[in-house]
Design a protein around this ligand. Sequence first.
Ligand SMILES: Cc1ncc(COP(=O)(O)O)c(C=O)c1O
Length: 483
Amino acid sequence: MANIKFFSGRTTPIEMHRVRIIQKLNLLPIEERYKAIKEAGNNTFLLKNSDVFLDMLTDSGTNAMSNDQQAAMQQADDSYAGSATFYRLEKALQHVFGMEYFLPAHQGRACEHILAKFFIRKKGQIIPMNYHFTTAKAHITECGGQILEIPVKDAFDTTSTCPFKGNLDIDALKATIAKYGKDGIAFVRMEAGTNLIGGQPFSLQNLREVSAVCRANGILLVQDVSLLSDNLYFCKQREEICKNMSIHEIALAFAEASDLLYFSGRKLGCARGGGICTNSKKHYLDLRVFIPLFEGFLTYGGMSVREMEAMAVGLMETLDEDVISQGPQFIEYMTEELVKLKIPVITPPGGLGCHLNARDFLSHLKPDEYPAGSLASAMYLISGIRGMERGTLSEQRNEDGSEPIAQMELLRLALPRRVFTMSQIVYAVDRINWLYQNRHLVGGLKWIEEPPILRFFFGTLEPNSDWQQKLVAKFKEDLGDSL
Ligand SMILES: Cc1ncc(COP(=O)(O)O)c(C=O)c1O
C-alpha cells in the first residue's frame, strides 16, 4: 500500500480504492440471533446470510471485484468449445506464472480431486506437506494417500515472531524421503498462505530449498497457490531476497520452483473457479482426460465464462502491491488491536483473516468440548459476526472412531479482500473484547448429527448446558437494548 504517514503519528491502513457498489446489511437483535444459531445447529456454515451482520466465514468467492473485473465480464464469450474467454484467461495465467499449460476446473477442490486421483498410484503413498487444507486432505485420503505434515516447529507456536510459519522443515523432508523412498511418495505439497495455521506464508528461500530436494530425488512438487496473493505480499515485506523483486518476479520464482500449481479462483483472482498450471506437456496430457469427465469441456472446466473473464483481470491485479496489501494490512491492524487488549490471537498476523486462539480464549473448556466451535457460536450470538471454526471440528475422525484433537483451535475471522470498512473492524474488536471479558460464561458443544466426511460443513451441535441463555442475559445487562 502507498507510503502514507499520519501527522498524528497513528498508523491506520488506508484503502487504495473507493466503494461504488454496496450491499445493505442487517443486524438482528440478540434474541433473534440466539434463535438463528440454534436453528443452525451451532454451525456457522448453516446460518442464513440474511441473519448475519458481518460475514467473516471465508474469503472464498466473497472478495469484492474491481470495476475492471466487472467490465470484463461483459465481453464473456459464451461458447461451449473454443471460447475466446478461455484464451484470455490462459494468457493471463501464462503471464503471471510463466507456465505454458492450463487446465480449468470449477474450483480448488476439483483440482485436488484430479491431482490425487492421478498421482496417488498405490494405497498408503505419502504426501509430505507444510500443512493440510481440509479438502486437500479429504481427496488425498479418499484416493488412498496419506498426508504427512512437516512444517517448521514455529508453525504451531501461536504467539511467534517467526515471519514464515508456513515453511517446510527441510531436514524432515530429507528424512521422509530416506524412509519411504521416491516410490513411497506421490508428491510433495506446499500450500501458500497456509490456511489452517492462520494464513501463514512460506518464504521463497524455503520453497526453493524444498524444490531442490524434490528435484534431486525425482519427486514432484505441487503448489497450492489459492492464497498466493497474501504470500507474495509477505515475501515482499518480510524476505530479504524479495525486497528488490517485483511482485510479478516473486510469482514467477514461485512457479519456477514447482512442477504443478493449482488454485481456487474463489480466492486467487477474486472470482469463482480454479485450475491447474504446468510447464510439463506430459503432466498436461495425463491430467487433461479428467477435465471433460469431471469438470466440463477443456475451454471452461465447469466455470462460468463471466467469472473466467473476471478472473483473468483479477489475476493481473494480483501483481499490484496496492491491491494485495489491503487484506494483510487490515488483518494486521485488527490483530494488533486485539494484542493490545491481551486477547489470545495468532501472531504474527497472517493473510486471509484474523485468527483467535480458542484454546487460550476458552482455556476452561476441554478439547472435546470443541472450544473453537463454541467460540464461533458465541461470537455470532453476541455480535452477528459469522466466523469459521478451524480446529477439532474441522478434522476427520480417526479410523478407530476416536476424536483427533487438532493441533490448533482457531476461530478464523476472514476479511474478504476490499469488503469491510475500518469501522466494521473496530466493531468486531469491541465485541471480541466484550466476549473475552465474559469468556467464563461460554460452555462447550456436543454433536447432534455428525456426517462421516467433512463433518464441519453440515454437522449440527448443541450447547452442553444453558450457557447461551446466560450469555444473552449478560449482554443485555451490559449493553441494554443495543443490537
Ligand atoms: C489453501 C486452499 N486450498 C484449496 C481450497 C479449496 O478451494 P475451493 O473452495 O475453491 O474448492 C481452499 C479453499 O478454501 C484453500 O484455502
